[in-house]
Design a protein around this ligand. Structure first.
Ligand SMILES: [Mg+2]
Length: 234
């Protein structure tokens, strides 16, 4: 059993409950097929270049150096320029990507079944780093509004995880002691470090844990049944 009896359980959304990585990769493959200009470049190269550039831009965004409009523009503009393709296609690429990305959203394997069991036994909520417009679309598509009592989106709070403000805000929303909140997430930097710094318990969903993460997290799991077992519901 987890060394805690949580009164509230928050979940991360992307790559914890929903498979963002796979949807992103499939969305980029659709962008690759859509633009003739990209056909000379292997789709893996587009995906790798985009990941690299997008990661750097999210870090800049997280530090408050750029806003979401600049992030949205530069992630395709810089990817295309690096691949030797006309950068001015960025605007169309952004729209094409988003329209396809949405069609690829699906649950992480095993997450839906576990989440349904957990939400029938515990009070639950979601905290997600991301843009409100996109995250609300996901939340509505999967019906999360009816499944959880709290939804916290970084863009609406003004800071991203692991910033203490988003964890403090989420703590205030549920009104229990910090040690009575459990956070379930896949990111070491955002979820494990952020949650522990806030005084919460953390269950780290990962198949490749680091030693540092294993020491810090209260539970490390890559099989949802293990979380259910540790919560004492199976
Ligand atoms: Mg995540």
């Amino acid at each position: 059993m987890l060394n805690t009896n949580p009164k509230f359980i928050y979940f991360d959304l992307d790559d914890t409950l929903l498979n963002h990585k796979k949807a992103e990769e499939n969305g980029l493959k659709d962008v690759h097929s859509y633009f003739e200009e990209l056909h000379e470049v292997p789709s893996e190269q587009l995906i790798n270049t985009y990941h690299h550039i997008n990661k750097g831009l999210w870090e800049e965004y997280g530090r408050g150096e750029i806003d979401r409009h600049i992030l949205h523009r530069r992630r395709f503009e810089e990817t295309f320029i690096e691949l030797g393709i006309r950068g001015e296609l960025y605007s169309e690429a952004g729209k094409v990507y988003m329209s396809y990305y949405r069609t690829h959203w699906e649950w992480v394997e095993g997450a839906k079944e576990a989440f349904d069991v957990i939400r029938s036994n515990y009070n639950v909520g979601i905290i997600t780093n991301g843009f409100a417009e996109t995250q609300w679309m996901k939340i509505d598509q999967f019906g999360f509004r009816d499944m959880v009592s709290q939804i916290v989106i970084s863009e609406e709070v003004g800071v991203m995880k692991p910033h203490s403000k988003i964890f403090d805000y989420s703590t205030d929303c549920v009104g229990c002691d910090r040690s009575e909140i459990l956070y379930v997430g896949d990111s070491f930097a955002s979820d494990v470090k952020g949650g522990k710094a806030a005084g919460w318990k953390v269950a780290w969903f990962t198949s490749s844990p680091t030693k540092e993460g294993e020491e810090l997290a209260d539970l490390v799991f890559d099989d949802w049944r293990l979380l259910l077992k540790m919560l004492g519901i199976i």
